[in-house]
Design a protein around this ligand. Sequence first.
Ligand SMILES: Nc1ncnc2c1ncn2[C@@H]1O[C@H](COP(=O)(O)OP(=O)(O)O)[C@@H](O)[C@H]1O
Ligand SMILES: [Mg+2]
Length: 541
Amino acid sequence: MHKPSAVDASADAPLTPRQRQILGLLRAGKVNKEIAQELGIGLGTVKQHVVALFKKLKVRNRAMAVTHGMEVRATAPRLTGDGLLERRPCIVLSVALPDSAPASAGRLLHQTLAAYAFDHDALFLARRGNAGDLIFGVQRPREHDLFLVLRAAHMVYHALANDDALATALHGGLTAGMVIASMNRHGGWSGEAIASPAIAQARELAHAAQPGRLALGSSAADLLLALSPCAPPPAAPEFFAFQALDRFPWNAGYEQQAPIGREFELGHLDALLESTTKGERRLVCIEGETGMGKSRLCRYVAARCAQQGGCARHFICAPGDNGALVYALPAGQPATSEDILAALKATTTARPEAVIVDDGHLLTKDVLTEIARQAADAVGRLVLVAGRRFAEKKIATADETLRLSRLSQSATEQLVARTLGLSDASPLVAKLSRDAAGVPLFAIQLACQRERGRLPLPLRFVIGARMDSLGLDHVLLRCVARQSSPPSLDELAATMDTSIAAVKTATALAIASGVLHRDDENRFSFTHPLLRQAVIEAQVE
Ligand SMILES: Nc1ncnc2c1ncn2[C@@H]1O[C@H](COP(=O)(O)OP(=O)(O)O)[C@@H](O)[C@H]1O
Ligand SMILES: [Mg+2]
């Protein structure tokens, strides 16, 4: 955690040297008597000083005095090297056992969390009293962070499961929010400072949670709803049982409405489904970036099968330690890649028939090759494998690939208008649609949260996950974002206080990554307004 230094000058009322000395001793954890001894003054005098100090700092107690200035410092500390402070999206899991639990149980809890943090690039905060926190997103936000956090909670439960009383006493809290962290110039936590109200919130939720339960903060519920590949449940449950966390979260059947602006894909998939009733087979890959609607199409096909009295076996993959974890939808129970292969071979009389594997890009090449091989013999069935991108060698034998491109402007407007509950194309609809740039997830999120004027948290995760993996120069991005008109190389070199050659290298990488764009006059700007907004909002002055 971020440690304040001993000297603390409040702008309107500077502390006297004596008061500063006393504040330093308070921060060192000394009681009044020890302070009196150390400074060689009377206890009464110490008390007078402390009262005057509290007054000046406008605090009521020692704890407040000791932490006074942390917020100030968290927004403007001096960092070593070329580090920066950034506001980043984070997910925090806090878990605790009752104080009465034996120390060995607390140690096991810590060990499990620490190992999980190590494996998944999270930060682990060990706390006294059998409690600990995991923070995801500071090192590198990823689209699957929420899933990883829920899995961490289940792992802790699992580690304690030998002792029934302990496992059922475990309680936890889960929140999502923003964290201010000291970052290395090209990403990753520098280790100097970290502060977030989300940490305290997660702890409070954990504190209030019933035994055996993980309490979900509203922002974490929003995130789950926005990023879950499954249909949202009718009402968000406030609590999860630790015991049930081995299931894939949010599974509540399939929505009835067809996706907007995907007429070609829907028609094509419908025709393929229809052809399975005549004994034909087909292996189709669906490719697209996060939020383009892959999972939505998978659900559509599953729902169509069910409507027509057919049979769809629907799986979803998530990142695991060795390859992917597999779950069977819609219930979300754990499954294996063997189950996928068995589904390809299973015989039913129900028609049409489909086997659907969502986020299949997480499977190993061997499993994908085997799926493709089995699919070639899967007479009378449509096999759909959806994923971010399948490198040629990963699933070479697919019959075809449907690459989900951006929605048209009019389809995006329709989606925004429907989400907003507006019927016509108002100026707001037009603006949000332009910002969404044809990505359905962006359209829905921007429409849902338009009034806040800030990027919705799920979008910060999605954008952060993409941008942070690129290792770009954050100082450069800030400089470009801050300018009201696109800067030139010379202007950037001057603002960044560096050589033109260095700026050239940094901009070349940003351009190659699709984040910056160079215009005809050799000036730089962001390729998308949301990227610029994300950089501006990450900035801490
Ligand atoms: N064409 C569409 N029409 C309406 N909603 C859509 C469409 N495509 C995606 N969505 C919605 O956008 C969000 C993201 O889509 P999703 O299918 O989860 O994307 P992906 O699986 O490609 O990451 C979901 O809430 C989904 O229901
Ligand atoms: Mg998906």
